[in-house]
Ligand binder design. Structure first.
Ligand SMILES: Nc1ncnc2c1ncn2[C@@H]1O[C@H](COP(=O)(O)OP(=O)(O)OP(=O)(O)O)[C@@H](O)[C@H]1O
Ligand SMILES: [Mg+2]
Length: 331
């Protein structure tokens, strides 16, 4: 997780809480991982495990009740400057968003403005970040659309979002995200709303663009088949914490955390089925009342009394593999 090889983003023990009428919601409560230049890290875990809140914390786009209460988000800019994003000013953050870090969300239809043509929306993003005139920005917008695989882009820039399919809209969102050459792309479930064929095309596109631009990608997903397809590394989240982090092939071959094992056991066969996470017996933890020990303990078949006493540390087990389980050595 934390190594010296060309780090781009290093998240250290991040805690993001929401202060609500019902109490403090500890959505992210000890998240650490690293994304390196040119590398894809998949962030996986059940619904509610804190994946989106982690992504939004990096960009500091949290709802008003949300606050980063501790931890560091170290980001290395193109100029080599390393900054803790939890501490930079809002003005600096605005420069970083879009220019250095871009985000693609799950639902392209609701992220695009129905009242403007797709060309205008890409051009607007270009003009916001570069000193270009509208005409030039529209030319770049057309080039971007070609780049993300939309043919006849010169005409397509005059289309409104409703005239495009879901897959095309997601390509437009990727074009907007990439129009400023970000060094880090955060993609939160970018293919979930798409059918399997279009999903495969979008993954192909992201891989190609990553190679060309040497971007780091933080890829949030439920789908383990997608992880196997696109990620170099995987960080598994449970109850607002990373419970395991390692190389994708090793994680699939020999998962060390009981939760990761349960996730992998729940899919019939990778490659043959569009694998989605299946239900594991029991309920995910409530972030309003996280247990004092391991959050997975109530559902874990290997749990012993000690598991409920204190939160286990994330320990290195070799080959850049980390696991947060006191029993990992004896499973
Ligand atoms: N604005 C908010 N106010 C209070 N709680 C919130 C807020 N946003 C998120 N949460 C809570 O934080 C927890 C983590 O949410 P998050 O959206 O990060 O989950 P996720 O892992 O992205 O899930 P999914 O796979 O369903 O997208 C959830 O329990 C959620 O209810
Ligand atoms: Mg989410």
């Amino acid at each position: 997780m934390i190594t010296a090889a060309d780090p781009l983003l290093t998240v250290r023990d991040l805690r993001t809480h929401f202060f609500t009428g019902a109490g403090v919601v500890k959505s992210v409560d000890g998240v650490s991982f690293q994304v390196r230049r040119g590398e894809t890290l998949a962030l996986v875990g059940e619904s509610g495990s804190g994946k989106s809140v982690t992504s939004l914390s990096i960009l500091r786009l949290l709802a008003a009740s949300g606050k980063i209460v501790s931890g560091r988000i170290e980001f290395t800019s193109r100029d080599g400057q390393n900054r803790d994003l939890t501490r930079v000013s809002e003005a600096e953050m605005r420069t970083i968003r879009g220019n250095e870090i871009a985000m693609v969300f799950q639902d392209p239809m609701s992220s695009l403005n129905p009242a403007y043509t797709v060309g205008d929306q890409i051009a607007e993003s270009i003009m916001l970040h570069r000193r270009t005139r509208r005409r030039e920005a529209l030319e770049i917008a057309a080039q971007m659309l070609e780049k993300v695989g939309i043919s006849g882009a010169g005409c397509r820039i005059r289309d409104y979002p409703y005239q495009l399919s879901g897959g095309m809209c997601q390509r437009v969102m990727i074009a907007i995200a990439l129009s400023c050459n970000p060094s880090l792309l955060i993609a939160d479930e970018p293919t979930t709303a798409l059918d399997v064929t279009v999903q495969a095309q979008i993954l192909d596109l992201l891989r190609k663009l990553q190679e060309e631009l040497q971007m780091g990608i933080l890829f949030v997903t439920h789908n383990l088949a997608v992880v196997a397809e696109i990620a170099h590394r995987v960080a598994v989240m449970y109850g607002g914490r990373v419970v395991e982090d390692g190389w994708t092939s090793e994680m699939f071959r020999s998962p060390k955390h009981p939760y990761t094992r349960a996730l992998l056991n729940s899919i019939p066969a990778i490659g043959r089925h569009p694998a989605r996470l299946q239900a594991i017996p029991g309920n995910p933890p409530n972030p309003l009342t996280l247990p004092p020990g391991c959050a997975f303990e109530p559902r874990c078949q290997y749990a012993i009394a000690e598991c409920s006493r204190a939160i286990p540390n994330l320990v290195h087990t070799g080959n850049e593999h980390w696991v947060r389980c006191i029993r990992h050595g004896s499973l």
